[in-house]
Structures are given as structure tokens and as C-alpha cells.
Design a protein around this ligand. Structure first.
Ligand code: PMP
Length: 440
């Protein structure tokens, strides 16, 4: 079967709203380490899988062995009605890593389900369906999580039952507080939070849910300390802080194990998912005991925390810690950031370079100003692909290139990616300038 047959069949039977990258979408059929091969035999260095699906990269022997050992028992899964050793052990480890006192863990099959659970726990605990979220956020695609997603392009439904108020603090490059110093920005966001609480809520808000660095929103890094300042306001009214660590957890930011740690604050609830099973569906919620146990009804998760996914997650966690991949993320992330800043200095199509560890965004603009250029991002996406590099796209205006390679990245691969990105950004710079020449 050719790829275009598959694309036609995909379009015929899968929902139109499922985003497909590239004008000529690819099917990945083999993978190893940071490298993937498509169905036409073309190879790519994968600079997006680290956050998406595979924190460590593909085909890691230790993870495959752990999954295979579980397969060999004949038990793929038995549901949470029975004891599952892997689940208990992983929960113990994650609870300890969380820094949340007396923490409990509930496993899910996705980030959406983790955040839905977090919202349910927070609203139930506080007996209120009023929630705060950051503008430009993304938390999932189910009924509650679309409500706390503050990005029109990704908020599929406006019919969510959660009553949400949005505050500033996610996206700093544009908006009323752009150009502010860190301290001024934090002060302005805290004032906005107070204003929103006073003017758009009835005073018994359940929680603020936030990504420490917005992912889909374009890898937006707030100043360190913002969430500590927020927490002080929240604590005055007993409002819970939920940190969505789906992209920022597991050492990706290089500095800490969790993204929120950069703010010197411990949240009440954290969620995780995406790359943590290194390819197997895995997510979860961590919360203080009294919050996790506030539900009085019985429940079951048929597949959450299944033995395969938890075996993969445990092996992934071991590999990550044994090889100190957080330090690797810090070192190579710094190198990547420096290289991208040089590329940005040479090309006005790059409006902003930002990030922490292996989570770096490149915001593209029309040269000569700061008008967002989705077209430039589209060109970089296609040009990097044709040169053998897979990257991500995001941002409110679809104009941010997102780099999130597996944490096993090497220095050589970092150099290779920088070379390809330099060439691709140069093409985008040239082409966008052409169409925006004043005489046209
Ligand atoms: N939270 C964040 C921060 C995410 O980036 C995502 C996925 N893009 C989700 C939640 C939802 O995760 P999933 O796609 O596994 O449902």
C-alpha cells in the first residue's frame, strides 16, 4: 500500500480534527534511539518524541526487557479489582519523588484522564465547580479539560460543565505585560489573579490548574517564583494548586525533576503522562491523601496502571535516574539554546528563543516586527523534515517550533539538529521576507 492510499483511508475514516503533520504525512515503521524510519525508507532524527511519547527514545533494551518479562507471565492486565505489584511499587516511588507530603497516586491511561481526575478531586474536595486556569493553556480534550484549555485552536467544545476563569501568567512574549522585568511581570500577574478572583468568581474557587511551562501553547517559560507568588494568594482562600507536569515532569527541564520546583513551591495535586511509559499509554495523578481520598463512592480503573504500562514506566524511571538524564537535558539543552540564539540573531524571522532543558521553543514572526508568522513555522516544519529532522509546532498562532528530543540525546545529534534548523530557518526567513516585501 502506498502512503497516499493510507492517507486517503485515514481521512475517510478518522476524525477531521486529528492534526496530521506535513503536507505529505509520514508513517513511522521502525525506530531506534532518537532515530525513526518512515514507510518509504527515509530516516529522521526525532526531536519531538521526547515529550510526546518516548522520554528516553525508542527501543531502549531495559524498557523492552521489562515489558517482555511481563508479557511472558501471560498477564497483560487484570484491572484494579486485584493487587498489581508493579502499580504499588511505581506509586510508592512516584509519591516519594513528588515532594507532596503524605502523597497518594492514581494511574490513568492519558494526560487528559489524569487532568480530568485532578479536576474532579479538586472540585469535589472544595465542593465548588469554579476553577482558574492560565490563558493559552492546554490540559486535554475531554469535557472538563477542554474547559480549562485557554487556547481557541485546541478547545474543541465550549460546553464544559466546569466554570472557568482565566488568568495571565502563561505567555509572556505577547500580551499586556510583555517587556516587563521578571519582578514586574510577577507583580502584574498576581494583581490580575486577585482581580479575576474578585470580579469573576463567587469566592469559593476549587483550584488553579497550570502547566509550569506551557507545552501546546508554545513552550512559554514564566519567571521562576511566579507560582510561589500565586500560591500565597491561593492559600488565603484555600484554593488548591494543580501542576500539570504532563510535559515538564521527569527531569525534562534539566533543573529539577518537576517543572513546578523551579518556583520553590509544592502543589496540592500534580499530573503526569505522555513520555513516562516510553511508548506505552500511561498517566497519573498525585495528591495529598485527604484530597485523593475525598471521593466516597466506589471506583475502578479497568486499564489505568496496567502491569505492562507500569513495568515500562518503572524501567523508564530507573534508566532516567541511573543515567542522570536530567543532567544530560540541562547540558545539551543549554547547548541547543545557545545555538538557537545564534540562529535567531542571524535571522529576523525568529522573534523569540526560549526554554529550559530539552524543552525549547522558537517563535517565528514576520521579519521587521513581531507579527506572528504561522507560514514561517510551516516552512521550518517542512524544511527540517526534508533534511531528516522531526520537530513540533505549537503556540496560540501556530507559529512556534517546539524542540523536545528524547533525554538520551547526544552532543553529536544536538549539532546535527542545529545545522538543519539553521538551514531551515534561513529558508523561512527568505521566503517570508519575499512575500512581505513592501512593494508587493
Ligand atoms: N496536559 C498537557 C500539558 C499536555 O501537553 C497534554 C497533551 N498534549 C495533555 C495534558 C493531554 O494528554 P493526552 O494527550 O495524553 O490526553
Amino acid at each position: 500500500m502506498t502512503e497516499s492510499d493510507l492517507l486517503g483511508r485515514h481521512r475517510a475514516v478518522l476524525p477531521e480534527w486529528l492534526t496530521l503533520y506535513y503536507s505529505d504525512p509520514i508513517e513511522i515503521v521502525r525506530a531506534s534511539g532518537r532515530h525513526v524510519t518512515d514507510s518509504r525508507g527515509r530516516g529522521y532524527l526525532d526531536f519531538f518524541a521526547g515529550i510526546l511519547t518516548n522520554a528516553l527514545g525508542y527501543d531502549i533494551a531495559e524498557v523492552s526487557d521489562a515489558v517482555r518479562a511481563q508479557l511472558d507471565t501471560g498477564v497483560l492486565h487484570t484491572s484494579t479489582l486485584y493487587l498489581i505489584r508493579n502499580q504499588v511499587e511505581l506509586a510508592e516511588r512516584i509519591a516519594k519523588l513528588s515532594g507532596i507530603p503524605d502523597a497518594k497516586v492514581f494511574f490513568t491511561n492519558s494526560g487528559t484522564e489524569a487532568n480530568e481526575t485532578a479536576l474532579m478531586l479538586a472540585t469535589q474536595y472544595r465542593r465548588s465547580n469554579q476553577v482558574l486556569a492560565l490563558r493559552n493553556s492546554y490540559h486535554g480534550r475531554a469535557f472538563g479539560t477542554v474547559g480549562v484549555t485557554g487556547n481557541r485552536g485546541w478547545s474543541a467544545s465550549s460546553l464544559s460543565p466546569v466554570k472557568v476563569s482565566y488568568v495571565h501568567g502563561g505567555y509572556r512574549y505577547r500580551g499586556p505585560f510583555s517587556g516587563y522585568s521578571d519582578a514586574e511581570y510577577i507583580a502584574a500577574c498576581v494583581q490580575d489573579l486577585r482581580d479575576v478572583l474578585a470580579t469573576t468568581t463567587s469566592g469559593d474557587v476549587a483550584a488553579l490548574i497550570a502547566e509550569p511551562i506551557q507545552g501546546v501553547g508554545g513552550f512559554n517559560v514564566p519567571p521562576d517564583g511566579l507560582f510561589k507568588a500565586f500560591k500565597q494568594v491561593l492559600d488565603e482562600e484555600g484554593i488548591l494548586l494543580v501542576s500539570d507536569e504532563v510535559q515538564t515532569g521527569w527531569g525534562r527541564t534539566g533543573e529539577h525533576f518537576w517543572g513546578i520546583e523551579a518556583h520553590g513551591v509544592t502543589p496540592d495535586i500534580m499530573t503526569f503522562a505522555k513520555g513516562v511509559g516510553n511508548g506505552l499509554a500511561m498517566g497519573g495523578v498525585i495528591a495529598r491523601r485527604e484530597i485523593m481520598d475525598c471521593l466516597r463512592a466506589n471506583s475502578i480503573s479497568t486499564f489505568g496502571g496496567n502491569p505492562l504500562a507500569t513495568a515500562a514506566a518503572m524501567a523508564t524511571l530507573d534508566y532516567l535516574l541511573d543515567n542522570d538524564l536530567q543532567a544530560n537535558a540541562a547540558e545539551l539543552g543549554e547547548r541547543l539554546l545557545r545555538g538557537l540564539r545564534d540562529i535567531g540573531d542571524a535571522h529576523a524571522v525568529v522573534g523569540d528563543v526560549r526554554g529550559k532543558g530539552l524543552m525549547i521553543g522558537l517563535e517565528l514572526v514576520v521579519p521587521g516586527g513581531s507579527q506572528p508568522s504561522e507560514r514561517a513555522a510551516g516552512i521550518v516544519l517542512e524544511e527540517t523534515k526534508s533534511r531528516g529532522l522531526l520537530v513540533g509546532k505549537g503556540g496560540l498562532h501556530g507559529n512556534v517550533i517546539r524542540l523536545a528530543p528524547p533525554m538520551t540525546l547526544t552532543a553529536e545529534e544536538t549539532g546535527q539538529a542545529l545545522r538543519i534548523l539553521g538551514e531551515s530557518v534561513a529558508v523561512a526567513d527568505r521566503e517570508v521576507r519575499e512575500t512581505h516585501r513592501p512593494d508587493r
